[in-house]
Design a protein around this ligand. Structure first.
Ligand SMILES: NC(=[NH2+])NCCC[C@H](N)C(=O)O
Length: 482
């Protein structure tokens, strides 16, 4: 049955307005098939334990999302859906007992839906086989596969025990494949080979699923640059790439784009032009961060918590200290390509950009001028800004939080010093299991809860190198009011 929603609307206009609809992908079988030899190529630092990452970690994410976004699906049913007898059927997209929410939308369902259309199925099979060097025979075999099964094959790369192409284990980070900006969707142009197929799949979903039919002319794709085709094999010209973990919609008129390991300046340049041409926003700020694995996307370095509260890694923008005791330190070892930089462009005035000296200055400007905050802007630092916890906790996504509503954010339970910092800034700290119990008993309600850091189990999830910001593609947020 094709997922329907009478009142499906796209309008993502901030990082913190009440979250009403999002796209996610729960860990599919491919995650349990990552082999050590390929873990790095497939962008995992380690292999993960599938049953734990699902049943003991990600399912909590689904439960808390449903409680906030689609409570009828879950209220009063918590014990039943979590019982051993239920065998996780509520959480398995290919199962009859699946929640099938049209607020917390599972990509795998949408993929199976579009594959019920024979023409789309044939095109997508051909595209995937072309991308993965599949044989003509494989192509024929896949076209004859049932849509629900075929969706699983596209994700896991397995037919039975046979590996036909690599899995796409990073698809759980649905943030990175596309970003809704107001009522447009900007689709990624990945830098990493491992992230290509998932982007192809979502492109087919956005262009073919009935849910998005009213938005076909609002899908923005970044084309390949002509220089790419003309360069010779020995020239290394910069590629046009943009992964949407680098894009943040901080207000309905202002988008931030990180230039990073994954998003090139050419990619950012193309995005700015397209956003201005289509009148999506009037202001785009480019934040250049070091091209390093530990800062792969902008949202690994900071995210927003409230209109005047941000969580970030402090050390990143700190000036390199010149120590006169060490004459050589004047040279510094900061390579120019790694030097952080912030430049803001306004539509119609791109020739006179505005510069910011550091992240705090920019974020304060957003809080006060874009979001009209009247309170002092507060910065909560990763690891409480203490060495070595700052960088250790940033590595396990202390800065990568998802706001369910203003001030109520999902975070990993392992970043102790960052949690301490939140406490000192007046936040309630609660473990997700306790929160769910209290929501179920009526002791707490999603409407009244405020300024809360929800701690999520993270031992396995954090090995995949992303947090809840990465694991979400917000589609609709309410306007920030009050
Ligand atoms: N928006 C993000 N920070 N996404 C994290 C992605 C992690 C994933 N393993 C990768 O390297 O691609």
């Amino acid at each position: 049955m094709i997922l329907k929603s009478e009142n499906f609307k796209i309008n993502n206009r901030s990082e913190i307005g009440d979250l009403r609809c999002l796209l996610i992908h729960s860990p599919d079988g491919g995650l349990g098939k990552v082999v050590p030899n390929k873990a790095q190529d497939w962008l995992f630092e380690d292999i993960v334990h599938l049953d734990t990452i699902r049943g003991k970690e990600y399912d909590y994410y689904v439960k808390v999302l449903l409680y906030f976004l689609d409570p009828d699906k879950i209220k009063g049913k918590l014990d039943a859906i979590s019982s051993a007898a239920a065998q996780r059927s509520f959480f398995k997209p290919d199962n009859a007992g699946f929640h099938n929410s049209n607020k917390v939308i599972e990509f795998q369902t949408l993929l199976a839906d579009i594959l019920t259309d024979q023409q789309t199925k044939e095109k997508l099979v051909a595209a995937v086989c072309a991308m993965e060097n599949g044989t003509y025979g494989l192509q024929k075999n896949l076209v004859d596969t049932d849509p629900v099964e075929l969706a699983k094959v596209f994700l896991s790369g397995f037919i039975g025990n046979q590996l036909i192409f690599a899995p796409v284990p990073n698809f759980i980070f649905s943030r990175d494949v596309g970003v809704a900006i107001n009522n447009y969707i900007l689709i990624s142009k990945p830098a990493k080979r491992a992230r290509l197929r998932e982007t192809l799949l979502v492109r087919y979903i956005f262009f073919n699923h009935p849910l998005f039919s009213a938005y076909r002319d609002k899908l923005i794709e970044i084309p390949e640059s002509m220089e790419q085709f003309l360069q010779t094999a020995d020239e290394s010209c910069e590629k046009t790439t943009l992964e949407c973990g680098d894009v943040m919609v901080v207000s309905d008129n202002h988008v931030l784009i990180g230039c990073s390991e994954r998003t090139s300046t050419l990619g950012a340049n193309a995005a700015i032009k397209l956003l201005f041409q289509n009148n999506v926003v009037e202001k785009v700020t480019i934040i250049k961060i070091p091209q390093k694995r530990n800062f792969m996307h902008l949202d690994t370095v900071f995210t927003q918590v409230k209109r005047n509260v941000w969580v970030l890694l402090k050390s990143l923008f700190d000036e390199e200290a010149v120590n006169p005791e060490n004459p050589i330190s004047h040279f510094g070892d900061l390579k120019p390509k790694d030097k952080p930089e912030i430049i803001q462009f306004t539509k119609g005035k791109t020739d006179i950009p505005r510069r910011f000296d550091n992240l705090e200055q920019l974020l304060d400007d957003i809080s006060r001028n874009d979001l009209h905050s009247t309170e002092a802007t507060q910065f909560i630092y990763s690891g409480h800004n203490q060495f070595p916890y700052d960088s250790r906790e940033q590595w396990t996504d202390s800065c990568n939080l998802l706001a369910l509503k203003e001030g109520v954010v999902l975070a990993y339970d392992r970043n102790d010093k960052t949690v301490e910092a939140f406490e000192q800034h007046g936040f309630e700290i609660i473990k997700v299991a306790d929160l769910l119990k209290k929501l179920e008993s009526g002791e707490l309600s999603t409407e009244t809860i405020k300024d809360t850091l929800i701690l999520m189990p993270s031992a396995e999830l954090s090995r995949a190198r992303g947090g809840f910001h990465c694991m979400s593609m917000p589609i609709y947020r309410d306007a920030i009011t009050g």
